[in-house]
Design a protein around this ligand. Sequence first.
Ligand code: FMN
Length: 191
Amino acid sequence: MRRIIIGVTGASGTIYAIDLLQKLAQIPEVETHLVLSQWAKQNLALETGFTLKQVQALADVAYNINDQGAAIASGSFLNDGMIIVPASMKTVAGIASGYGENLISRAADVALKEQRKLVIVPHETPLSVIHLENLTKLARLGVQIIPPIPAFYDHPQTIQALVNHQTMKLLDALAIPNHAAPRWQGDGVTK
Ligand SMILES: Cc1cc2nc3c(=O)[nH]c(=O)nc-3n(C[C@H](O)[C@H](O)[C@H](O)COP(=O)(O)O)c2cc1C
């Protein structure tokens, strides 16, 4: 059994979190632990047709963002990694400065101190020097930064195809075998 923590914050792109949860829910060997910030809940309603209950039902365990006593707030809770998707610049700043003001930034702080896998999917544009410096600091600490940048070499025709590509990147980062999206097979040019 592999345990994955998923934090969802109030940046645009809640659909990426939902798609990841849907795909992980199909893998019996993966146990998901989910927490949404207040603004993630707002964006869920603004950007998608999903209810909070429907999203929470995709996870094995769901936590309240203010519950600093939750299992995932402790380093003694063993897990195989945490993904924050999408990650707001506010949450990125909190993690980069060690300010665990809610359960997402606290769980990320724990991942850093325990030197566990941490993946961040930052969503903002344009990026200020503050954003870039915070992300650089985290990358230097071993955090994997995987912004939602679509690939066009497989000629995506739908939003779902673009989202699938991002989910493939996230599952790959967690070393979870998947066929979420077509992979580049080479350009066919041979000697
Ligand atoms: C519709 C909407 C879209 C937003 N998109 C972004 C975004 O893409 N990136 C970002 O950093 N903040 C974005 N924000 C602002 C964050 O929600 C805000 O900074 C919030 O305090 C983040 O808190 P959280 O990280 O605890 O969720 C957005 C807000 C709204 C209402």
